[in-house]
Design a protein around this ligand. Structure first.
Ligand SMILES: [Zn+2]
Length: 271
């Protein structure tokens, strides 16, 4: 040995010292709530990528690895650069976002109920439990070809801007299916149950991690047929439709999250 570092080793050292940055552009237009497949190199299959510190879901499509990215609801229209960070690689993806004109819904509430101190405490505790459960990991490529979780007409779509007594409220972050009290709720894909409960707003609910933090949440149930840490199969009955929590009649509210952002659940049906 002459003390020189062989070429291959030098390259390896360089790759350890520098973080690779890769830029990608797409000519397809997207809307908030849409899903985007971002291809990964074969050696990136085992790496975790984070978008704004949130784990980005990895999937296998035709046996090749991809990031399945959900465009956050509040993304501005025009060209946006999304940055995905792993330990050694940074991917920058530029997408053109079209502002979606979501429908406006005006809701009149006759009686405003004033919350008690205990109710505020309860709501804060329940919110924290939800945040914690959403971060629980489930290291598995998800089956992202979903089936509908209930049979019935739609009674609310993703993205609707809601005004309560003329005051702008939160957007509707899921998809609503109206059905009779007690109708079955089916798992739209396999996964693990990460949380269940009976919360102030959610009523009886189930949270499922379908793998790599592709998450479904089912609200306002009458019955919960699964428990935390249960492994569930696609199509399995997990509960019954109800009107518990903040709900005006029997329906299923179904939310889906990618990279900790709510996306349009219908994006995963027939994709
Ligand atoms: Zn809803």
């Amino acid at each position: 040995m002459d003390g020189k570092i062989p070429i291959l080793s030098r390259l390896l050292i360089l790759s350890i010292l520098f973080i690779f940055s890769v830029n990608t552009y797409s000519d397809t237009d997207y809307s908030p709530g849409d899903i985007v497949f971002i291809s990964l190199e074969e050696n990136e299959r085992s790496m975790n990528f984070y978008y704004n510190s949130n784990l980005t879901t990895k999937v296998l499509k035709d046996n090749s690895p991809y990031l399945l990215f959900g465009i956050p609801y509040y993304t501005k229209d025009g060209k946006n650069q999304f940055i995905f960070k792993s330990e050694k690689i940074i991917k920058k993806v530029t997408l053109n976002i079209l502002k979606n004109k979501y429908p406006i819904q005006r809701i009149e509430i006759k009686k405003f109920k004033t919350k008690t101190e205990d109710e505020y405490k309860r709501i804060a505790k329940e919110r924290d439990e939800m945040i914690k459960a959403k971060k629980q990991t489930y290291d598995r490529f998800p089956d992202y070809k979903f089936t509908m979780p209930a049979v019935g007409p739609s009674s609310g779509t993703y993205g609707t801007v809601r005004y309560y007594n003329g005051k702008k409220g939160n957007y509707h972050n899921g998809y609503d299916i109206a059905a009779d009290l007690g109708s079955p709720v089916y798992a739209p894909s396999s996964g693990i149950v990460t949380l269940t409960g009976d919360y102030y707003y959610n009523g009886k609910f189930i949270m499922v991690n379908h793998g790599n933090n592709l998450i479904s949440i089912f609200l306002h149930l009458d019955e919960i047929a699964v428990k935390k840490d249960d492994i569930i199969e696609k199509g399995q009955i997990i509960g019954a439709i109800g009107s518990t929590g903040l709900s005006t009649g029997p329906h299923l509210h179904w939310s889906v999250m990618l990279n900790n952002s709510y996306i349009d659940p219908l994006e995963l049906i027939n994709n």
